[in-house]
Design a protein. Structure first.
Length: 201
């Protein structure tokens, strides 16, 4: 459940003015497609070594999110307006809809708000602390204020510049998740036929 928060935001071009949350939301909303790679590291209390995973992802403003973990095992996550589909190699796909699990589906829809920095939705669930760090760098700290988020997470911190670069998640058990995004691509601005097929399953 926590891994689905391994999500990203997207910045476009340099800004001649100070970065604000409103300007960030405007930039995110203008970008139709983002492709990136990720590395995730999760530190769990009682374990000497962190759990590591990596893969790639695709975000389409019209289609949703396709998240593909390649290491240490293959797992894909598809999230759109109607469903969330999780697939592991050799196992049947698990499908969650608003009808089958309303709370989980609503919870997952916060991802869309994160993708577009949709403050109207984020502010319903989090206290937001935005900082302009200079040279177009920024930090956004989300502190949950609604249940069940406040029972799961202490904070979610996003760092970025032209793209989202890292997400740090601190949960209520004292465990932490660090996700790094790299090799971001915003061209072409439309999905290829193969990419469209990812959302057709």
């Amino acid at each position: 459940m926590k891994s689905i928060f391994t999500v990203l935001l997207l910045c476009l071009s340099l800004s001649a003015h100070a970065v604000t949350l409103a300007s960030l939301q405007q930039r995110f909303s203008e970008q139709p497609v983002l492709r990136a790679e990720f590395e995730q590291q999760r530190s769990i209390s009682g374990m000497n070594k962190p759990l590591k995973s990596s893969g790639n992802l695709l975000i389409s403003r019209d289609k949703g999110l396709w998240w593909s973990q390649q290491q240490p095992f293959v797992l894909t996550l598809l999230l759109d307006d109607k469903r969330m589909v999780q697939t592991m190699a050799g196992q049947p796909a698990q499908v969650i809809t608003a009808d089958s699990n309303p709370q989980m589906f609503q919870f997952n829809h916060l991802l869309t708000a994160l993708f577009h920095a949709d403050t109207s939705i984020l502010e319903q669930n989090f206290t937001l602390a935005f900082t302009d760090s200079g040279q177009d760098r920024w930090v956004l700290v989300l502190t949950p204020k609604t249940t069940p988020l406040d029972k799961l997470f202490k904070s979610i911190t996003l760092h970025g510049q032209y793209f989202l670069e890292t997400i740090d998640i601190e949960d209520m058990q004292g465990d932490g998740t660090h996700i790094r995004f790299f090799n971001q691509l915003t061209e072409p601005k439309i999905l290829s036929h193969a990419e469209q097929q990812l959302f057709a399953h």
